[in-house]
Ligand binder design. Sequence first.
Ligand code: PRX
Length: 640
Amino acid sequence: MVNTSLSFESTYWPFKRYTEVYKRSLQDPEGFWAEEARKLDWFKTWDTVLEWQPPFAQWFVGGELNACYQCVDRHVKTWRRSKVAIYWEGEPGDSRVLSYSTLYRWVNKFASVLKNLGIGKGDRVTLYLPMVPELPIFMLACARIGAVHTVVFSGFSAQALADRINDTQAKLLVTADAGFRRGKLLELKNISDEAVRLSPSIEKVIVARRGNVIPKMKPRRDFWLHDLLDKAVVFVPAEPVESTHPLYILYTSGTTGKPKGIIHGTGGYLVFNNSAYKWVFDIKEESVYWCSADVGWVTGHSSIVYAPLCHGAAIVLYEGAPDYPSVDRWWDIIEKYGVTIFYTSPTGIRMLMKYGEDEVKKHDLSSLELLGSVGEAINPEAWQWYYENIGGERCPIVDTWWQTETGGIMISPAPGIEYAPLKPGSATFPLPGVNADIVDENGKSVPTGEKGYLVIKTPWPGMLMGIYQDPQRYKETYWSKFPGMFYTGDYAIKDKDGYFWLLGRADEVLKIAGHRVGTIEIEDAVVSHQAVTEAAVASKPDPVKGESIVVFATLKQAVSPSLQLKSEIRQHIRRTLGPIATPDEIYFVAKLPKTRSGKIMRRILKAVASGSNIGDLTTLEDEASVDEVRKAYEELKKEV
Ligand code: PRX
């Protein structure tokens, strides 16, 4: 029996079309997804839509296709060959425009470069690049020859890059001499050199030129991209790969110190994204679509590269910071390219909101038709500002909930199917084929209006295929808390009209400016500083970033606390993990609040960090008595 779990009773209904499509998708998921899959070009049709051996799902088994072919070759066979694929805007103000035929030419040549360096099907390639066109081109070139790409966000440190390379055992690293960020040059090749020293699997390094810096090049290991392109051929066939062939591995933070290598396959991932993208953004031939995320996150993979290009859309790709050289840069870009769909994060909106409406009014934003939000819950105030000032009160906002693991958008308004009345702050309803529910600690659906855990009750084609080299962790992380259901790690609530409201993470994962960071990863980094014995991390609300990081640390006996030490620890974290994990506050304390079994009482940390009280002690998640918790809370509060 399928549990559709939506209340169709409310005064808001009927959204007739959405309801019909949603119901059908859950009653006959395989028939539904087969129909959606036919919208792509397959070299060989699948034999079985879904092989579900819980918790491992294989979609479109027996089918063969190629992701690069879907995104590029398919379009150059039509009039779209002369359509713009990518409007690229560099931070210093330079720009490049690539048509689909230019993109085709480049993906072929880049694929040839990869092959000439001995890369083939199944090989892992690490991409550590700024937001330049070479990044999506390399992703597509990897896909073209069946190699598996791992994009590492260019803000990550050498250590974080090395960890990811070592986990995938990549043979090839692609980087750039440097990238621009807020007017400064980030010397990526130097960082890469440091990472490669820690990554013995890397045999070759390709360096793209962007910043005009002259890095050291190690003979026979490091190659300039432009030199390799000189020797490249102009056509490399798109290799048919099995639907279940991994397209990429992308690392994301979880509840341990080690990031998880999320594997996405080819067929299911593309089918899901192709459909979800159409439903959510109602993409049209004439749309100009801009997603301001970095390609280093899943939003960049699915919502900048694979889904839009599958549709032959014209996309904008911007290299730099939203407020550089001035705080109206984003609005300037929207005006310059006539953007019709703009997709960004609540942090971005809140940051630019601070500068006021006058900055927006300098620009003609009348091309906009639809706005989107992703990465964290959008607070009603930011929603309203976005709606009024950017969307001119005429553009609906699609608040899209999803995760690295889900591959594509799961809960969101779907104007491509039917408009539902929006409620600021709610991601509204699950997309077709997404069997979402909210359950209590025992896995039972919670009544309307009650907070619970968001779960997905049946497989969907975009779902991760596993965690790289760690099937056990995959089972434990997602499928053991509620047997038979995918655990998202998020709290949610459904209102009387059936709308979903996302309430943040239920686990030890923080969302800093929409970026996912694990508390334990940060704790490990703090403890690796020689002055520290123990550390615990919590977050406090931040008006722009949503959450900011607060560290509580105990010091070695001989060490005295000082401001200098705080700044050293801050630097140490930046070097170990990267700037996104920089704490806002560091408190040195005598001891950390722990239960008798040694578990850190995180609620106490959170309450102290945010200056709030501990709330209702009767629903304690910590295995300690009310008195113990209260005492530990008071002690810690006194210290900070
Ligand atoms: O907590 C949810 C939050 O972001 C988490 C997933 O992070 P990541 O894998 O980095 O992917 C982000 C971009 C797809 C979720 O578990 N999140 C994402 N979108 C929303 C959200 N929280 C509330 N509302 C959203 N629209």
